[in-house]
Design a protein around this ligand. Structure first.
Ligand SMILES: [Zn+2]
Length: 261
């Protein structure tokens, strides 16, 4: 009897120790878990520099900015940008990366900017817009991200205002909903040239990524003329992204902003 009792006591002790170990390892897992940036609460843009300590998020050439027309320098140089997309850009996949809805493209499409080639990598969306023009914030902004062979970036920003529906947007949104962290394979051709506003004049300045690590290696091009998408299209986008997935305007500091017409 005594032997049985001591065996039970021994087993109980073992299970207590293993339970304790489990608790300990759970705590370790939690403390090692990297706090990820977001658009809300303790990990919102104001806290990015605390979360991403080696980032440029507190730099002097950050994006987005408020573009004030009368402060821009007008230059007759809209032709420094050439959009060299084929009519059949291959959409590879669409993903919800937890920060935005992002469409990735096969290589082959590019732009030429200041005589340098940049390859189209991906496009993604912000709701509402990140860039502000003359104090006006738009319902959405599309970013078309391009990278040169030397890893420099040129991002084209297209502002969206509300009106009639856009056929291209209907096509983009036909792949939604997509849950955070998931993606869908597409492999379909689209004519991305339809996405651009008719008037190709643009604002340009030197800035950064608008998400951590906020790297200051981006040539920004923001088209002056917004494109038109419907309220339903804006709302569908909103439903599939974190609420308010935009960063607030950053100080211009000593940078020049150009208006290329
Ligand atoms: Zn963006």
């Amino acid at each position: 009897m005594n032997k049985i009792f001591s065996t039970i006591l021994f087993l109980a002790l073992i299970s207590m120790i293993s339970c304790k170990n489990q608790e300990k390892s759970e705590v370790i897992t939690k403390t090692e878990d990297h706090k990820h940036w977001s658009y809300q609460g303790e990990t919102s843009p104001e806290h990015w520099i605390e979360i991403e300590k080696n980032s440029d998020c507190d730099g002097k050439r950050q994006s987005p900015i408020n573009i004030i027309d009368i402060n821009t320098i007008s230059v007759d140089s809209a032709e420094t940008l050439k959009i060299l997309y084929t009519p059949e850009t291959i959409l590879n996949k669409v993903e919800n990366n937890g920060h935005s809805i992002q469409f990735n493209f096969n290589s082959g499409d590019s732009i030429s900017y200041n005589n340098e080639i940049y390859h189209l990598k991906q496009i993604h969306f912000h709701e509402s817009s990140e860039h502000i023009v003359n104090g006006v914030k738009y319902p959405a902004e599309i970013h078309l991200v391009h990278q040169s062979d030397s890893k420099k970036l040129t991002v084209l920003g297209i502002l969206c205002m509300e009106g009639h529906e856009s056929q291209l947007f209907e096509f983009f949104e036909s792949f939604l909903p997509i849950e955070g962290g998931q993606f869908k394979k597409i492999d379909k051709a689209i004519d991305l040239l339809n996405l651009f506003p008719e008037d190709k004049s643009f604002y340009s300045y030197r800035g950064s990524l608008t998400t951590p690590p906020c790297t200051e290696n981006v040539s920004w091009i923001v088209f002056k003329q917004p494109i038109i998408i419907s309220l339903e299209e804006v709302l569908k986008l909103k439903d599939n992204m974190p609420i308010n997935n935009y960063r607030n305007e950053q100080p211009i500091n000593d940078r020049k902003v150009y208006y290329n017409y």
